[in-house]
Design a protein around this ligand. Structure first.
Ligand code: ADP
Ligand code: NI
Length: 217
């Protein structure tokens, strides 16, 4: 099978698997991350097959929807890629990226590092910020029945991994707890550049939000 065929089959598999998933993690999220990853990867010395497969498969089974089980996604991806007779070295690399990509693993020491991981991680982080990131955050908050904002509940910047998962705080807090921190966590030059633009957009958005909240705009 050619690389193009493998990528195409992976795309079909992911589309089908995510058919009924909620809109923060549906096929369109994957498609955006895939595009971001190709754009960022072009500027780096990386194996683009690994980058593309990892971008396509990274949310194949979000642990949030599997009782926190973080091993299901990597297992599904491995079994899919083995059926396609993909090289073991490629499979192992894709799985390592999937295991290490999440923001939450930022709380622990990374056990693996590669430029391919850095590219896909940047691509995924970009989709959490800017206009799309704002939409995804409020969508997620609504899905979890959270308040938009509550001045009495300040952001908590020192949450443990467990507290972060259990948090029920208003969606505006999520900007301070995660989204506004992402630009300084970007790995690649291209990722940083795009993140900075999206960051400014979020700051402008928040200024307007609070101005409207306080009757000043
Ligand atoms: P990703 O799949 O992008 O690594 P997550 O699974 O953590 O990220 O979250 C999916 C989307 O939901 C992201 O856009 C993220 O910002 C948003 N999200 C996650 N946690 C919260 C929260 N507590 N409040 C609002 N939005 C959230
Ligand atoms: Ni993702």
């Amino acid at each position: 099978m050619t690389e193009q065929e493998l990528i195409h089959r992976t795309e079909q598999y992911v589309r089908k698997t995510l058919k009924d998933s909620e809109s923060g993690h549906n096929w369109f999220h994957i498609e955006r991350v895939w595009k971001n990853a190709k754009q960022i990867g072009q500027q780096e010395n990386v194996n683009m097959l690994v980058v593309q497969l990892a971008a396509l498969l990274h949310d194949i089974a979000d642990s949030k929807f599997y009782h926190g089980d973080e091993t299901i996604g990597p297992k599904m991806a491995r079994s899919f890629l083995e059926k396609q007779k993909t090289d073991t070295s490629i499979i192992d690399h894709v799985i390592k990226i999937m295991e290490n990509i999440s923001f939450r693993s930022g709380y622990e020491k990374l056990s693996f590092l590669s430029t391919e991981l850095q590219v896909v991680q940047d691509a995924d982080r970009l989709d959490a910020i800017g206009a799309i990131g704002i939409a995804r955050a409020f969508h997620f908050g609504g899905y979890k029945n959270r308040e938009i904002y509550d001045p009495a509940i300040p952001p908590d910047l020192n949450m443990t991994k467990e507290a972060y998962k259990k948090s029920t705080s208003p969606t505006i807090n999520h900007f301070y707890e995660k989204l506004l921190l992402l630009k300084d966590k970007m790995n690649t030059i291209t990722g940083k550049r795009i993140a900075e633009e999206r960051h400014i957009f979020m700051e402008t958005y928040l200024q307007q939000f609070f101005a409207e909240w306080n009757g000043e705009a």
